[in-house]
Ligand binder design. Structure first.
Ligand SMILES: [Zn+2]
Length: 408
């Protein structure tokens, strides 16, 4: 957690201010009486906090009053967030890609850009990611002072409290002081939030799916990329909460003494079902003279996930066999995860699931292996993979931290 460095109005921010602000943010436009009912706080507390937030320019009141059903026909004005009151930057670094975005307080993206060059080193990635900031600010007509927070995310095991990347085995990154590095490279003195990139996506989804998640107090986000993670997002009573751990499910053992994983163990899910694993299997097939359709699509280059999906859809049977085997393993893993921590909704985000038959197979395997006697209630939803979801999620995390700590 970050300390409160720059409150909107010093001295008056409290835990109830955060609860009121989050309720307006995630449920607004909303009447004061509804906030009081939801949070179980007195109307006087709500009034003090709402007035404070209006004075700070974060919240506005509707011009027209609506009928207040709780107050015997009296009319009340609803309150909502001022979308352009604050702006945030989100950055994701992923080795083969760095993505940046600028979003307003309500999550509208006003700038986005990506750099797709492959660099394996941490230093190059963090430096290039930060170097995209100036161009982003210029494009928006902003200076650093116009930014209320930077969210920065990457794959791997991240200690978000201390702003440190503990380890990213597949790239050999270890013990990196990410927050300090981002501060030094950008010169930004405001709040910098650091997270794992699957967790950041969960924050991004919580922000954009406000309506869907209004009365759902927990969800999991199963993210398949070069690694595999499954963070759990947990609310506390009626207040939007936060992610609980990255859920490094990529290293659950699916096959004793199985394939070698980037972490050094054998038989991890990641070694069978990550994008890297699928690409490796397909490349091996091509080297053995199989996957002819894929080979013709690649034209001498190593296969990409897009090539693999195209080949599968065009009927390359060798590719289909490899993909099915990866999806099968993912289905088993998902069933295990749900048996362990049954969430109301599991969102599934992976390039393979742009193909309808892969979605169908996954759901079949999940439902065959899930203990339905115990966990009948989890709903599975597929997320359209998006190049910008990590950076958008990082900005959403920075917004979330502002709402939580009053650090604008
Ligand atoms: Zn592993």
């Amino acid at each position: 957690m970050q300390s409160i460095q720059r409150s909107v109005l010093p001295g008056t921010w409290s835990a109830s201010t955060s609860e009121v602000l989050k309720t307006i943010y995630y449920r607004g436009p909303i009447k004061r009486s509804e906030i009081a009912d939801l949070l179980g706080l007195t109307k006087a507390t709500i009034t003090t906090n709402v007035n404070y937030l209006i004075a700070a320019g974060l919240v506005k009141e509707d011009e027209k009053p609506v009928l207040d059903s709780n107050s015997l026909g009296r009319k009340a004005r609803r309150v909502s967030i001022v979308p352009d009151a604050k702006h945030y930057v989100g950055i994701e670094i992923r080795g083969y890609k760095r993505v940046i975005c600028v979003r307003n307080l309500m999550g509208k993206t006003i700038y986005a850009n990506q750099d797709n060059r492959l660099f394996h080193g941490y230093d190059e990635n963090v430096k290039l990611g930060c170097s995209m900031l100036q161009e982003a600010l210029d494009a928006c007509g902003f200076t650093l002072n116009d930014i209320s927070g930077i969210g920065f995310c990457m794959p791997g095991v991240v200690n978000s409290e201390d702003g440190i990347l503990d380890t990213l085995p597949s790239f050999g990154w270890r013990d990196k002081p990410v927050r300090d590095d981002v501060r030094a490279l950008t010169g930004y003195s405001g709040p910098i939030s650091i997270e794992n990139n699957a967790c950041a996506r969960a924050y991004g989804l919580r922000l954009t799916q406000r309506e869907l998640l209004k009365d759902i107090h927990n969800f999991t986000y199963f993210f398949i990329s070069r690694g595999i993670a499954c963070p759990l997002f947990l609310d506390t009573s009626n207040v939007v909460g936060s992610v609980v751990g990255a859920g490094e499910v990529g290293h659950m053992i699916m096959q004793p003494n199985g394939l070698l994983c980037s972490c050094g163990n054998r038989g991890c899910l990641e070694a069978y079902s990550s994008d890297v694993a699928v690409i490796t299997r397909c490349k091996e097939a091509m080297d053995h003279g199989e996957a002819k359709l894929l080979r013709s699509l690649c034209q001498g280059e190593p296969p990409t996930m897009q090539n693999i999906i195209s080949a599968q859809m065009e009927g390359d049977e060798d590719v289909r066999r490899i993909v099915e085997s990866a999806v099968n393993m993912l289905g088993l893993a998902v069933a295990n995860v749900v048996n362990f921590a049954s969430s109301r909704i599991m969102f599934i985000d992976g390039v393979l699931f742009g193909v309808p038959e892969n979605r169908e197979l996954l759901l079949n395997v999940i439902h065959t292996n899930l203990c339905n006697a115990l966990h009948p209630g989890t709903e599975f939803r597929f997320v359209e993979p998006n190049d910008y979801s990590g950076a958008n999620g990082a900005a959403a995390l920075a917004i979330h931290d502002s709402l939580t700590y009053g650090d604008f």
